[in-house]
Design a protein around this ligand. Structure first.
Ligand SMILES: [Zn+2]
Length: 186
């Protein structure tokens, strides 16, 4: 999946874990964090990303990063008022969504997520998800179509997540507007 698909799924997951009282700054930070981790295996670090597709898309390599980072976050959570457990677990889940999403490409080769232990691939092809053609500009008609298809598929997922969050926030809002503050800062 391209950045479009990964980031929309990351942003969708964030809707479920952003604390109810989060400020706009926290909201933006968490969305960006989730988008970043959802895209992490593709980041163009030296020796990472598409330069080392086997290594960067190995479930075991990624778990070796995800588990210590999540445990570290949980440790800080237990000691200080840092993040929340759902937020931390959601970030780990956002990271893990990268693999099923990449497995959805219609080329049918899947992703060899079991490297280095097995050559087997996770393969969940859907006919409308094509890979980018990097021999063409990203703005070419072909690549624009790839982006558009992902946007059309995942934007409703994000819209549903935002709606679900809105309804959840409405339900947990205390009844009785006259009692106390006007609630502008909520
Ligand atoms: Zn990838």
């Amino acid at each position: 999946m391209t950045f479009i698909g990964h980031s929309l799924v990351g942003a969708s997951l964030a809707q479920a874990t952003i604390p109810a009282g989060a400020s706009w700054k926290q909201w933006v930070f968490i969305i960006n964090l989730y988008v970043l981790v959802a895209f992490f295996p593709d980041l163009p670090f030296p020796g990472w990303g598409h330069f080392r597709y086997d290594f960067s898309h190995s479930l075991f390599v990624n778990l070796a990063l995800i588990i210590p980072l999540t445990l570290l976050g949980c440790y800080y959570r237990s000691r200080k008022d840092f993040a929340s457990y759902p937020l931390l677990l959601g970030a780990a889940l956002a990271w893990l969504t990268h693999f099923p999403l990449d497995a959805m490409y219609n080329h049918g080769r899947g992703v060899a997520i079991y490297w280095p232990f097995s050559e087997a691939a996770l393969n969940l092809p859907l006919p409308w998800f094509a890979t980018l053609d990097m021999s063409q500009p990203l703005t070419s008609a072909y690549n624009a179509r790839v982006f558009l298809v992902e946007a059309l598929f995942y934007l409703p997922v994000l819209a549903t997540a935002i709606l679900a969050r809105y309804l959840w926030l409405r339900r947990r809002r205390p009844t009785g507007h006259a009692a106390g503050s006007s609630g502008h800062s909520r």
